[in-house]
Design a protein around this ligand. Sequence first.
Ligand SMILES: NC(=O)c1ccc[n+]([C@@H]2O[C@H](COP(=O)([O-])OP(=O)(O)OC[C@H]3O[C@@H](n4cnc5c(N)ncnc54)[C@H](O)[C@@H]3O)[C@@H](O)[C@H]2O)c1
Length: 431
Amino acid sequence: MLHRPGEQEPSRHDGSGSFLTPAGGGELRVGMVGHGFMGAVHSLAWRSAPVAFGLAVPVALVALAGRDPAATAAAARRFGWSEPETDWRRLVERDDLDVVDICTPGDSHAEIALEALRAGKHVLCEKPLANSVAEAEAMAAAAASASALGVRSMVGFNYRRVPAVALARDLVAAGRLGRVRHVRACYLQDWLVDPDFPLTWRLQRDRAGSGALGDLGAHVVDLVGFVTGEELVGVSALAETFVGERPLPEPAGAARGLGGRGGAGRGPVDVDDAVVALGRLARGGLVTLEATRMAPGRKNALRFEVNGSEGSVSFDFESMNELWVHEVGSAHAGVGGFTRVLVTEPDHPYLEGWWPPGHGLGYDHSFANQARDFVEAVRSGQDPSPSFADGLAVQRVLDAVEASAAAGAAWTSCVVGGLAGEPATRLEEGS
Ligand SMILES: NC(=O)c1ccc[n+]([C@@H]2O[C@H](COP(=O)([O-])OP(=O)(O)OC[C@H]3O[C@@H](n4cnc5c(N)ncnc54)[C@H](O)[C@@H]3O)[C@@H](O)[C@H]2O)c1
């Protein structure tokens, strides 16, 4: 419940679900860690969500943490944050913040999130939730304990918030596709095709956990679960590193986002460039998954097609305002096939906040939609989705993919207590 001026202010830890603290004045006060690619996009989102959706509570961009004082101060000015901080630990301890938004590489997610939850801050954490199942388990456990005290947490699988993706899920959930039989899902990029692209943190196992798998595959795995409403129960996978050595970044640690410059020294790549996997859904559907940063010409081709007993949907992020839909028996004579739905109508998911029909959305809008859902969950005292438990479930699938690839594509369970090496139980249609 929202606290109104004049009412007695609840404690952060009274389990009431309110985020307000005495100094907050009714604002949701955000602190963010990291000011690279995601730092920029999240900054935009925190500012545009209240404009687009007229949120019931104002959002204040209070403090931005980075490591380099000059770069952090410059980013804070440019992105619209009131103050820079050069130590995320100080940021997390500040008593004038309600939310910590984690936009750093995966090697620091667990540490920052655990400290922030301990300090009673709501947490939005970029994907993948962590670099290992053990870290993700600790985070999910801490999030569950914090939730009992009214502290919320969410993992940033932003593609769920693309309107066409949310519409695909709504169609599946409404039964319009019938029983899901096939999912074909891939995430294709090409920025590693150049063998002289430098060895940035995304190519280092100790920083990123894995390569294309955790970077891109995490989104694909999340979307398979989100769109179908079903869990992946097992996988058989292959992984490949096509370029085994790359130039070291120059200057060291300067690379941001998907860019960077290489110097004279070289180092080994210890993550995958690409993964492919077969999978099985809980109700028996068959899944193919692919993630690569080595597909020339594919820039951000996050694609999926779902085939059910009653119809299909097909999505490609490079045409993100469109969803292709086919319903069995709906075709008119001679002009059957998929129908292109322009997902920009006011009654489509999230579109109530945006522009008139046909005035399409872009990448950053998915983050604004994510910020809207996070703020609304905190305001109303609900746990947002995807939760840290959802992030842990994705992590288990990523772990199973790696284990399967290491074992020559052996069938590997993604489910706790599942039997490795044995295809998951298949449910007959109609059962
Ligand atoms: N949701 C998406 O579509 C999407 C897209 C890209 C990246 N990501 C995720 O976002 C996260 C960040 O990726 P990015 O592309 O913004 O990276 P980036 O390299 O552009 O920026 C990382 C930022 O974190 C800072 N940083 C690194 N370690 C730190 C530490 N220990 N303490 C404080 N600051 C630290 C860096 O200085 C930099 O400001 C990753 O988890 C990545 O997987 C998500």
